[in-house]
Design a protein around this ligand. Structure first.
Ligand code: CO8
Length: 257
């Protein structure tokens, strides 16, 4: 299994599991990744996912240069073959996702992390988009998401030179939320995940949707989307529970309905 999935306490753990190739994606693994994400999206018991890489050397070194890139070349013009829905393209996933980044996070690996909502890194993490050094460009969202997330000059330097940055610099430029010693990586990621499980699930998803979709819209369109989602939430049981719990001075028990 190139993708491991475990579910515990409403958190889905998705592990990229080809440590012998630094968890780089071959075509089968990409399909398995897609399935795992769809399963997470459709499982009502699951509220948040944590994506990480097996072993301590890498989160993910990107597409497998020896198998994936030739596969993509062979199937040029056939997105139905090359692009199963994932968080970096084609899958609307409004449940929150945390990336726990251990070691190398390069190319497609960084693109996976960029498509997550929160990124926690171990001190040995390195981030980069080396695709230009292979004669291609990032193709799983890196050219778009990186410059939307961090200052454009820094994104340009990474994208156009292919040079990586270390965890400390990634934190300084706002690429990651927190840097922790390696052994504290999963506990730190779990802390974020648990915090994301606490509020009303429908509200968390609506907030993510408004933020992600809104960033693609004019301010006025974004405000209209926000209002639509707000009014939708007023009709949910979670809103009644959240409001009543506040008034009754107790903790809310959300059902995600
Ligand atoms: N693909 C295939 N094998 C890999 C990859 C990779 N991306 N990365 C590492 N490996 C393999 C190595 O070949 C090696 O295998 P072996 O032991 O059989 O020789 C093993 O993993 C260990 O790697 P290294 O010996 O190189 O380990 P180091 O610690 O010396 O170096 C690095 C670690 C710096 C991470 C180095 O392995 C490296 O530079 N890897 C390549 C990183 C890279 O260039 N990634 C970008 C790939 S392209 C991409 O991601 C495009 C995504 C978008 C697709 C678009 C679709 C539309």
């Amino acid at each position: 299994m190139d993708i491991l999935c475990e579910k515990k306490d409403r958190i889905a753990y998705i592990t990229l599991n080809r440590p012998e190739a630094l968890n780089s994606f071959n075509p089968d693994m990409l399909y398995e990744f897609s399935k795992a994400l769809i399963d997470f999206r459709d499982d009502d018991e699951m509220l948040t996912a944590i994506i990480t890489g097996a072993g301590s050397k890498a989160f993910c070194a990107g597409a497998d240069i020896k198998t994936m890139l030739p596969f993509l070349k062979e199937n040029r013009g056939k997105p139905w073959v090359t692009s199963p829905p994932t968080i970096f393209r084609g899958l609307d996933l409004w449940k929150p996702v945390v990336a726990a980044v251990n070691g190398a996070c390069l190319g497609g690996g960084l693109e996976v992390a960029l498509a997550c909502d929160v990124r926690v890194a171990s001190e040995n993490a390195r981030f980069g988009v080396p695709e230009v050094t292979l004669g291609v460009i990032p193709g799983w969202g890196g050219t778009q998401r990186l410059s939307r997330l961090i200052p454009r000059a820094i994104a340009a330097n990474l994208l156009l030179t292919g040079r990586p940055i270390n965890a400390e610099e990634a934190y300084r430029v706002g690429l990651v939320n927190q840097v922790v010693p390696e052994k504290e990586l999963m506990p730190a990621a779990e802390e974020y995940a648990k915090a994301l499980c606490k509020p009303g699930p429908q509200a968390v998803r609506a907030a993510k949707q408004a933020m992600v979709r809104g960033s693609e819209m004019s301010l006025n369109e974004g405000l209209a989307l926000e209002q639509t989602l707000f009014e939708f939430l007023l009709g949910t049981e979670d809103y009644e529970e959240g409001k009543n719990a506040f008034v009754e001075k107790r903790k809310p028990v959300f059902k995600g309905k």
